[in-house]
Design a binder for this molecule. Structure first.
Ligand code: ADP
Ligand code: ADP
Length: 228
């Protein structure tokens, strides 16, 4: 687990108008921060820079106290969960969860992989579904498999990009509870992008409001509505 510190982060795509215009934010080790804001305000861009899928134009990004601007995604030890899950259709639930462990060649024995996958499956109540393929799962179960892949990485932090936006209202409620429970149990630093107001007000320790590439406000969920 690690802190994430953004220092005056700027992102320009090509020679266009900056998508992110100098964002500074200190996210403490173990903290759960929600990132909200209108479509196009730079939320995804910010997440993608943190995970390393997008270059930072200027500013400093520190993870666990170390500057990581130039580090490849694999060396940042983060786990990102996307809204479309990105599961492999031809692999079972077990193999989907095990996938990140198999990528790191030779590092984990089959026994260790077994232990980690089963632990994640227990945490997410997927034990009875390990041999099934994604096509035979519900939306909520698929979302849990995607989270299982994040858990087995034993990442420094979780990054969620609107993970529940494809689910119906009932499932969204269930998954919200589950994500909150998982984050509390694991205590992993989390940045969570959403435009769902209920998620913003119930999940995080703090809510950061982004508007046109700038942080407009950072407050506790209650503080957000207690304007000065
Ligand atoms: P959000 O996630 O808040 O909807 P984005 O981070 O996707 O916002 O986009 C922020 C701004 O950057 C938008 O104006 C968008 O058009 C622009 N943008 C995003 N990705 C690219 C890209 N790959 N190339 C050029 N412009 C981009
Ligand atoms: P490869 O290591 O074979 O190039 P990928 O292209 O899938 O595999 O991923 C490259 C690196 O990016 C991985 O080693 C991993 O550390 C990181 N990575 C892949 N997917 C994610 C994710 N969902 N969240 C965070 N990091 C990821």
């Amino acid at each position: 687990m690690a802190s994430i510190v953004l220092k005056d982060i700027v992102k320009k795509y090509g020679d266009g108008f900056p998508a992110v215009k100098g964002v500074s934010l200190d996210i403490a080790d173990g903290e759960f921060v929600i990132l909200v804001g209108p479509s196009g305000c730079g939320k995804s861009t910010l997440l993608r820079m943190i995970v390393g899928l997008e270059d930072i134009t200027s500013g400093d990004l520190e993870i666990g106290g170390k500057r990581v601007n130039e580090k490849a995604p694999r060396d940042r030890h983060l786990a990102m969960v996307f809204q479309n899950y990105a599961l492999y259709p031809h692999l079972t639930v077990y193999e989907n969860i095990a996938f990140p462990l198999r990528l790191t060649k030779g590092q984990f024995s089959q026994e260790e992989i077994d232990r980690k996958v089963n632990l994640a499956a227990d945490t997410l109540e997927l034990r009875d579904h390990l041999e099934r393929k994604p096509a035979n799962l519900s939306g909520g179960q698929r979302q849990r498999v995607a989270m299982g892949r994040a858990i087995v990485r034993e990442a420094e932090a979780f990054l969620f990009d609107e993970p529940l936006s494809n689910l119906d209202a009932k499932l969204r409620g269930q998954m919200r509870t589950e994500i909150a429970r998982m984050q509390r149990r694991l205590g992993t630093t989390t940045v969570y992008v959403t435009h769902d107001q209920t998620e913003a007000l119930t999940l995080g320790d703090r809510v950061a409001v982004l508007k046109k590439g700038e942080l407009q406000q950072v407050a506790s969920p209650r503080g957000l509505y207690e304007q000065p």
